[in-house]
Each structure stands twice: as structure tokens, then as C-alpha cells.
Design a protein around this ligand. Structure first.
Ligand code: ZN
Length: 436
């Protein structure tokens, strides 16, 4: 085990030991990181309160451009089709960049639309495909109406996603240096998110939304140790769907029922943090409610009280309740193989893949089958750059954004759609609620 991996593993296992220590370590890491990235402090200070997308007020070169040479600038086409046919686009998301299908002359074309803070005649989309592969290109963004600009359709070919930023010639809207990502033919859902409330701190909603925009993820399952912290979040507007954090014998059963009736999509168990074993019989009344409601239960999976062996026993007692092993197993490979074995043998168990490298995810798919693996990231416990953090935060080797490209390319679009979102939507009963 290399020293960085050891430190990473140590960092993660603190999550299982003591959440306060974990947050302390996280904050320490952030402070050190900021020292080596002084611009970060600046943009954080400029963040408009309550803004979905924090943007730098100073022009600065993109991190990505340093590695990619001079982008090829696409000339403005001499003849542009009229875009006057654009009616007011539906508000389908809260991110500055999104896809918009347009009906023109009887056929549909798909455009990138920009609804961010930059404007003016020199507005340009700077983009690359599949993780900023060369050639990086630029195309003009044509204003359609106040606060809305779009481009001519671009050739998408066999690409799986578009990475992009916007410039007006003076400033960059690059999502705080995390860039924006738009998936092509895929609408990922992150089945493991955290948000500590509406605030703008590292674990606040603004931070999570910046992270989600950087990964092109518009929907996710979210939880927090204090359920009340989620109460002020507008679920429909944010694309987030809450779990109820259950502490056996402590969380009132009526509260669970009330929260489920109010839109919560499942229960969350963290045996390590809350100090009980994952097969504790005190969980039974809560699992009975989940069975009645037909909702899944997500359970932290890690060495000790949250061991997959115990989670399996709970799954055996409540075979009608889908139980998701969060992280698959936050520990050495031996535990992941054991978790996979349990999933193969116990039909109501599922694996979630946060902190697993893309090759590990592929391995898990091979072990348990496509239908039983759910993409998740634990965002944004690593702040707004959770999916693109440097140094890489997934097994100390890769970022989520980097790993998703070869994962999807290897699985192929059909299978990737299942792992990246459809399995979770099926499990959480979200078809028809996703707006997709
Ligand atoms: Zn988590």
C-alpha cells in the first residue's frame, strides 16, 4: 500500500470511527488545500449568497487548458439558422448549462443552452468531449433573449459527454474551476449524496450543487445525520431526494412515517457512527415501516458494526426490503468480495459504488450483475470539487469524473445507463419523478 493510499484509507476509515474527527480531518485537509490554491479562497468569498453556481469575478485561465494546448477556435458560421423559433425553454434544471431540444422545420435538433451570469456579443462555449479530449473547441453562444444563449447544434458522434465552460472574452464561467459536464444520452443519478443544509459551507447545498454541475448529475439521493437539516431544502428544485437517517430506539417511528409521507424515498442507517450492529433487532420496527412503504434502506458498509455479514442478516429478516450496501465496503478488497458474495446470494441486497475505482465498479458488475450495482459518490464530503478533486480522491488514484469516462465506454451506453441511474430509479420508485 503506497503512503498516499494509506493516508486516504485512514481518512476514510475515520468516517466509520467518529464523524467529528472525520469533519476535523476534512477541514484540515481543506485548509491545507486552500493554502496551495489561493484563488479558491477568493472565489469562495465572492460567492453570492444563495447562488446555485458560484462564479469567479476575475478572469483566470482554466486549469484544463494548461494541459491541452491551444484550443481550436471554431469560426462563426457565415450563415446561421434563425433561432427566432425558440419559445421560452422549459426550466428543466438549475444549472447554467443544459441541453435543449428544438423543433425546427419538422425535425428536432439538440442545442446547448447557457443561462448563466455571463452575457454579451462575445459569449463562447469552450468544450471538449469525454474528459476534455483533444481537440478542445470553441463556438459562439448566440443570445436568444435576456439571460439565455444557445449554439448551433454540434456534431456529437459517438461521444458520451461534453465537458465545457463559458467565456465572454474577459471572464470565465467555469463553475469555480470545476467546469461543467453534460451527458449525452444518459441522465446519471448519484445514489449517495450528503448535504448539511441550505448553507454555503463545504457540506452545504451550494457546494453540492457546484459538485453536481461539474459531473453533469442532476438528481441524487441525499442524507444527513440530522434530518432537520434537510427540512428547508426544496427537493423538486434541487433534484435531490432525501433519505431519513434512522437511529434505532431513538428516531420516533411516527417521524419516519411522516417524513416518508412528505417525500422521503427511503431510510439511511449508519451503524458505525450511531454505535449499533447492522443486524440489531431494534431496527426491526423501522424495517417494517420500510416494507409497508415499499422503500429501500441504505446502510453504511464497513469493518466492524457495519460489516456486510451483519447487513446480510438484516436483509434476510426483511427480504421484501431492498437494502443497499453504501460504499459496497469502505475497507480492504476482502470485504468488497464478501459484500459481492452476499449480494449474489441474497436477492434484496444491492451495492453502491462510492470510493470504488472504475475498475472496481466493473469488477462488482461482473460479480453481481448489472442490475444490482448503483453508482454513488458520497458527494460532496470533499466539497465543490468532489468529483474532480486533485490530488485524486478515489482510491488515491482517480477522480470520479475521470473514472466515469472509461467505465461508461467499457460498459457501453445501455449497461451504463442502468448502473449510473436506472437501477436506482427503479429501486427508489423514481420513474416519472425524474423529469427525464
Ligand atoms: Zn456517505
Amino acid at each position: 500500500m503506497t503512503p498516499p493510499y494509506f493516508l486516504y484509507y485512514y481518512y476514510l476509515t475515520q468516517l466509520s470511527v467518529n464523524p467529528l474527527f472525520w469533519f476535523f480531518l476534512h477541514e484540515l485537509g481543506q485548509a491545507l488545500w486552500r493554502q496551495s490554491n489561493p484563488t479558491l479562497g477568493r472565489w469562495a468569498a465572492f460567492a453570492p449568497p444563495g447562488s446555485d453556481t458560484v462564479t469567479p469575478l476575475v478572469a483566470r485561465r482554466l486549469r484544463v487548458r494548461r494541459h491541452r494546448g491551444t484550443p481550436r477556435v471554431v469560426e462563426r458560421p457565415a450563415e446561421r439558422r434563425r433561432l427566432a423559433t425558440v419559445s421560452t425553454p422549459p426550466v428543466t434544471n438549475r444549472f447554467p448549462l443544459s441541453w435543449l431540444p428544438l423543433q425546427q422545420n419538422g425535425h428536432t435538433s439538440v442545442h446547448v443552452v447557457y443561462q448563466g451570469r455571463l452575457s454579451g456579443p462575445d459569449l463562447r462555449l469552450h468544450y471538449g468531449f469525454d474528459g476534455w479530449q483533444e481537440p478542445v473547441q470553441e463556438v459562439n453562444l448566440k443570445p436568444v433573449k435576456s439571460g439565455l444563449a444557445t449554439i448551433e447544434p454540434i456534431e456529437l458522434g459517438e461521444h458520451i459527454l461534453l465537458d465545457c465552460v463559458v467565456t465572454d472574452g474577459l471572464q470565465w464561467d467555469n463553475n469555480n474551476g470545476a467546469d461543467y459536464r453534460l451527458w449525452i444520452g444518459c441522465n446519471p443519478l448519484d445514489s449517495h449524496l450528503h448535504v448539511s443544509g441550505k448553507g454555503s459551507g463545504e457540506l452545504g447545498l451550494t457546494s453540492l450543487q457546484t459538485a453536481m454541475a461539474s459531473a453533469g448529475i442532476r438528481q441524487g439521493i441525499v442524507s444527513w445525520v440530522d434530518n432537520r437539516a434537510l427540512d428547508r431544502i426544496q427537493w423538486a428544485a434541487t433534484g435531490l431526494l432525501p433519505l431519513i437517517w434512522v437511529r434505532p430506539s431513538d428516531t420516533p417511528l411516527d417521524e419516519v412515517r411522516t417524513r416518508l409521507a412528505a417525500g422521503a424515498v427511503g431510510l439511511k442507517l449508519h451503524p458505525t457512527v450511531d454505535d449499533y450492529r447492522a443486524d440489531d433487532h431494534a431496527l426491526d420496527p423501522y424495517l417494517e415501516i420500510a416494507a409497508e412503504a415499499g422503500c429501500p434502506v441504505a446502510c453504511h458498509s464497513a469493518p466492524g458494526d457495519a460489516d456486510p455479514d451483519f447487513i446480510r442478516r438484516l436483509a434476510e429478516r426483511f427480504s421484501a426490503v431492498p437494502i443497499i450496501l453504501y460504499h459496497t465496503y469502505l475497507g480492504p478488497s476482502e470485504g468488497r468480495r464478501r459484500a459481492a458474495q452476499h449480494v449474489r446470494e441474497q436477492p434484496n441486497l444491492y451495492l453502491e459504488t462510492s470510493w470504488c475505482s472504475w475498475r472496481e465498479v466493473l469488477h462488482l458488475v461482473e460479480e453481481v450483475g448489472l442490475e444490482r450495482v448503483l453508482f454513488g459518490s458520497d458527494a460532496s464530503v470533499d466539497g465543490p470539487h468532489h468529483y474532480c478533486r486533485h490530488p485524486p480522491n478515489v482510491e488515491g488514484q482517480e477522480t470520479y469524473n475521470d473514472g466515469l469516462v472509461p467505465l461508461v465506454q467499457t460498459l457501453g451506453p445501455r449497461s451504463a445507463r442502468k448502473v449510473l441511474g436506472d437501477n436506482a430509479r427503479r429501486l427508489f420508485g423514481l420513474h416519472g419523478k425524474s423529469g427525464h
